[in-house]
Design a binder for this molecule. Structure first.
Ligand code: 5GP
Ligand code: ZN
Length: 114
């Protein structure tokens, strides 16, 4: 049994604000958002790194991300831009070893300097 926070969210053993779910992918609000509307897109299978996903699942993640992107643009968050961010490996800043894509709204002068 893998002790993984995101698997627990997928299995409803931990609460999360889920905004999308299909047979392969789930998306929920980040518990410590860098900006309002910070969302994580997560494959439902436990894989540590993005390159472990097959082509179909990788494209499903990015298709879901595209829908979320459009929803953010239409929402009253009034974001001025959107970052996609994926930390792949500890040296890249990965803290949860169940691969995931961050999507977060950006605002001019929001201080990230990215
Ligand atoms: P990483 O550094 O691995 O790319 O990002 C992990 C992200 O998962 C962080 O932004 C962190 O706030 C988020 N996170 C960690 N634990 C939980 C949790 O229990 N629930 C939710 N919704 N997000 C979490
Ligand atoms: Zn997992």
């Amino acid at each position: 049994m893998i002790d993984c926070i995101f698997c627990k969210i997928i299995n409803r053993e931990l609460p999360a604000s889920i905004i999308h779910e299909d047979d392969q992918v789930i998306a929920f609000m980040d518990i410590q958002p860098v900006n309002p509307g910070h969302i994580l897109v997560v494959p439902k299978v436990h894989r540590e790194f993005i390159a472990e996903l097959d082509e179909d699942l990788t494209s499903r993640m990015f298709n879901v991300a595209a829908k979320i992107n459009l929803a953010i643009r239409k929402s009253d968050i009034r974001s001025e831009g959107i970052n996609y961010f994926l930390a792949d490996g500890e040296a890249a800043g990965q803290e949860v070893f169940h691969t995931h894509l961050h999507i977060f709204p950006r605002f001019r002068n929001d201080g990230f300097g990215l």
